[in-house]
Design a protein around this ligand. Structure first.
Ligand SMILES: Cc1ncc(COP(=O)(O)O)c(C=O)c1O
Length: 475
């Protein structure tokens, strides 16, 4: 549940943004707000401070809080316009060079590259405690493989969680996987044969492209809007064209996507499910960022619009709990039998000790409290990063407006080359993800993705600003 102070702040923010509360007008006093909403004075102060932090209110000494116009932000990048073509993908070498997990480094770079929340924002100690206790008290979690499909308790928790978003997933169709990556890999293998084409967002998460490459599939990029995600209209056109015949799956991140932070409106999600069913294209939904919304309501997954269970939903706890636990899952619906066989061949099972430790943590009350804090931190960090970009990056820079998560997609003025910028930045110990990583055709050379998962310490702020200076040098 959203805390009361945030609900009140969200409500007033909507009124300011829509003009119902005029800029410059006085907001209710702390006491008036507390009485209106029947909350404590501390909650009312929390709401007003939140508005101040969002730059929607200003405090004037001895006069109270006043509404402000929302801060001017850089314009959004336009919808992408990739050619409607299937192509083979060669991306893994570049990705490996840039993010070799665990590779020894001479200096620790400012963490604006890989998509990760600040370790300080994760409940690592609680997970440490349950892992240590379970390792001591339940040695069978180490002396056996565990079951193919994974911990019944964890699968029940996941099914119950989706029910909270009116999405019926049966625990029996769930398989626990080694992170989201294994879930996505199993889903694509279940849906496609080598040589088939997969429709993806443009730009899309480079991990999708890595799997497509590894499985000898082809990618067809579909125009994607930085706020509303994949264009269902264009996908429909492509599916009815000669290119469309080779498309066997559509793999996308419809909620708070990586790298754009886009969320498809419910009507588009419903239309996409219907379109894919009509054309016998398997939909694979990556819901990794689904619970990291800034607004009040967690957006509905595609699976909500698919009572037949044809959509395969993949996710993990890497962005919300512990990337190192490597606990992900797939709700494979109609494809469950095939996915089970593939999982057995791929990895037999997922580490039972980590599954139980994660299940124990999720079942307590800590997780929801933790998520509320994490969401609020992500929103604040992304807003601060937007401010640094507006202040330090070249004039003409465009910035996406994410609806959740902690990633920021930035488009530099025409002619910029972010692979070149990457090399110059890396030499100074700065990291980010250059745009061409997110494309099967080396597109988005003028764009980059910034990880805003870390708290804005002076070091991180300096990294954003220095990156802006380096971008200025070439523009
Ligand atoms: C959209 C998306 N899907 C999947 C993954 C991989 O998830 P995991 O670390 O759980 O394997 C990531 C990680 O960055 C991601 O951003």
């Amino acid at each position: 549940m959203t805390p009361a102070y945030q609900r009140i702040a969200d409500d007033i923010a909507t009124q300011i943004r829509s003009g119902r509360i005029a800029a410059g007008s006085r907001l209710p006093s702390v006491r008036e707000l507390a009485a209106q909403h029947r909350v404590s004075v501390a909650t009312a102060i929390g709401a007003l401070r939140t508005l101040e932090f969002r730059e929607l209110a200003e405090a004037r000494p001895r006069s109270g809080y006043f509404a402000r116009l929302p801060p001017a932000s850089a314009p959004e990048p336009p919808i992408s316009r990739p050619p409607a073509r299937s192509r083979s993908v060669r991306i893994s070498d570049v990705v490996a060079q840039m993010f070799s997990a665990g590779a020894p480094r001479t200096r620790s770079p400012a963490p604006l590259g890989a998509a990760l929340p600040d370790p300080e924002l994760l409940p690592t100690q609680a997970l440490q405690r349950s892992t240590a206790r379970l390792a001591r008290t339940a040695p069978r979690l180490l002396s056996g493989y565990g079951s193919l499909e994974g911990s019944p308790r964890l699968r029940r928790w996941i099914a119950a969680r989706y029910l909270r978003s009116s999405t019926a997933i049966d625990a029996s169709e769930l398989l626990i996987t080694n992170g989201g990556m294994e879930a996505l890999q199993l889903a694509l293998r279940a849906a496609c044969e080598p040589g088939d084409t997969v429709a993806v967002e443009s730009p899309c998460y480079y991990g999708f492209l890595q799997i497509i490459e590894a499985l000898n599939l082809k990618a067809c990029e579909i125009p994607t809007h930085p706020r509303t995600g994949l264009s269902v209209e264009v996908l429909e056109r492509v599916l009815t064209s000669p290119t469309g015949r080779a498309i066997k799956a559509c793999l996308l991140c419809p909620t708070h996507s990586n790298p754009l932070g886009a969320t498809m409106p419910d009507t588009d999600k419903a239309a996409l499910v219907a379109l894919c069913r009509q054309h016998k294209v398997t939909l694979i939904e990556d819901d990794l960022y689904g619970e990291l919304q800034y607004g009040e309501r967690r957006p509905l997954p595609l699976r909500h619009f698919d009572p037949e269970g044809e959509v395969m939903l993949c996710s993990s706890f890497s962005k919300t709990l512990a990337p190192g636990a490597r606990i992900g899952f797939i709700a494979a619906g109609a494809h469950t039998e095939r996915v089970r066989a593939l999982k057995f061949a791929a990895s037999v099972s997922t580490a039972p000790l980590m599954q139980e430790a994660v299940a124990e943590l999720l079942e307590g009350s800590l997780y929801d409290r933790h998520l509320r804090r994490l969401r609020a931190a992500c929103e604040q960090q992304v807003q601060q990063a937007m401010r640094y970009v507006a202040e330090s990056f070249p004039d003409g820079t465009r910035v996406a407006q994410p609806s959740g998560g902690f990633l920021l997609w930035v488009q530099l003025p025409e002619g910029a080359n972010t692979l070149d910028l990457y090399r110059r930045a890396a030499a100074e110990g700065l990291e980010f993800a250059p745009g061409p990583l997110f494309s099967s055709r080396g597109g988005f050379a003028d764009s980059l993705r910034l990880n805003c998962g870390h708290r804005m310490t002076p070091r991180i702020e300096a990294a954003f600003r220095r990156l802006g200076e380096l971008a200025q040098e070439r523009s």
